[in-house]
Unconditional design. Structure first.
Length: 416
């Protein structure tokens, strides 16, 4: 990557069955509070590969360390003292820009990062007021399997408490990641359920914890799910447009005031300073420059958009696909020599498709009990969802990971 255009090639998919549950911690006539549990289990029959497959990938911890340490250094003197020590640690641990890892290590299991552990301890001597992450392992989804680490409080629809709308997240009524009250607003549901009787001119708001922000969906076209009429809602280009294209998005720029191209969301403010950015896969709906900077990307609406197919009378989502790409904000650095000759760009690491579809038995029950004329049951169904009875849908969630294979050469090959 010495100034060359990097290239990526998709491998996989590696498919995991995702199971969700809601553990209720409080309930009254106005609100329900629950912990959101998730677990993932590998499904070999739907996968093209196994978790022990090896690949070449960008050394994310080293890139993150450069930004974290560089941003916190108090001055040139500290930098001149610390730089030779960092270079010695790079040589000691044989750190390179591109590393070989198993798929399982890149995803849920993680792999040891002894250099970052040493740097965190070392930095304390130079920057006693700056707390660097003391993580000893790295994985894109490390410590997220078999966990219930997020707390939600949602309205029941009674009084001034809108049905299924998130009122608190981890006991917060608003965020503190972004540059304005508007961007920090927690607005919408979790995306599995909306208020009944949806009109096609409505915006459907979702609080997306992956993105550390709220987004909205707009009606696109009529659809059907196993014989049930639904409406498809998708994320419009305006949601992730650049601040130049849409002034109200300026508060989603980084804390330094730096604004990125349209189609990417910087998450350093909610990821402890790590240079993580999210986008649609292959930078779909993003600026052309993002695609041009990396060889091997082919954005397509059919394969890369996020959508919800909603039964509008009940507000239930019967089919959905959430597609997100994990990227690194890659920059030239004069602190770590493996990054010295880079050309700055947004570099894809992997993309994930999380999809679900209601079972035949559920759509038949929905038709018989709610949709057919003279059937009254919307409120009963809604209460059941809030009580955690959405397992019939949620148990079908599947996560698909397509790992970006990165190499120091212009062309990429999987590890043998």
């Amino acid at each position: 990557m010495n100034g060359e255009k990097p290239a990526v090639r998709e491998i996989g998919p590696y498919v995991y069955l995702q199971k969700r549950r809601k553990f209720i911690t409080h309930i009254d006539k106005n609100v329900v509070t629950y912990k959101a549990y998730k677990s993932y289990h590998f499904v070999p029959e739907y996968s093209n590969g196994i978790p022990d497959d090896k690949l070449y990938a960008l050394n994310v911890p080293m890139v993150a360390m450069d930004k974290l340490v560089g941003a916190k250094l108090p001055g040139d003197l500290a930098k001149s003292l610390l730089q030779p020590i960092l270079e010695g640690l790079i040589d000691k641990h044989q750190e390179k820009l591109v590393v070989e890892r198993k798929v399982s290590e890149m995803l849920f299991d993680g792999y040891p990062i002894p250099m970052l552990t040493e740097v965190s301890k070392l930095a304390a001597a130079f920057m006693p007021d700056a707390k660097l992450p003391a993580a000893d392992r790295f994985g894109l989804f490390y410590n997220t399997n078999d966990t219930a680490d997020q707390l939600f409080t949602v309205g029941t629809g009674a009084g001034d408490y809108p049905f299924a709308t998130i009122l608190k997240w981890n006991n917060l009524t608003s965020l503190n990641f972004w540059g304005s009250e508007y961007c920090n607003k927690i607005n919408g549901t979790d995306g599995a359920q909306f208020s009944p009787f949806i009109e096609t001119n409505q915006k459907l708001f979702v609080f997306a914890t992956d993105l550390c922000r709220s987004i909205y969906f707009e009606f696109e076209k009529p659809t059907q799910v196993k014989g049930v009429d639904t409406k498809r809602f998708t994320v419009p280009d305006a949601v992730f447009a650049s601040a130049t294209q849409r002034a109200e998005n300026r508060c989603f720029c980084e804390g330094s005031g730096r604004c990125h191209e349209g189609g990417v969301i910087p998450l350093s403010s909610c990821r402890r300073g790590a240079p993580i950015m999210l986008s649609a896969p292959h930078f779909y709906q993003g600026d052309a420059k993002l695609v041009q900077d990396v060889e091997g990307l082919r954005p397509e609406k059919k394969n890369h958009e996020t959508f919800l197919d909603v039964q509008t009378m009940t507000g239930l989502v019967l089919r959905a696909a959430k597609r997100l790409q994990i990227n690194i904000d890659l920059k030239q650095s004069d602190l770590l020599y493996p990054l010295a000759n880079l050309t700055s760009r947004v570099m894809p690491i992997a993309w994930v498709e999380e999809r679900m579809e209601a079972t035949r038995s559920m759509t038949e029950a929905l038709t018989q009990r709610l949709i057919q004329p003279q059937k009254m049951g919307v409120m009963a169904s809604s209460a059941a969802v809030l009580g955690g009875a959405i397992g019939a849908i949620a148990a079908l969630l599947v996560i698909v990971v397509r790992q970006a294979n990165t190499s120091r050469s212009a062309k990429l090959q999987p590890s043998k």
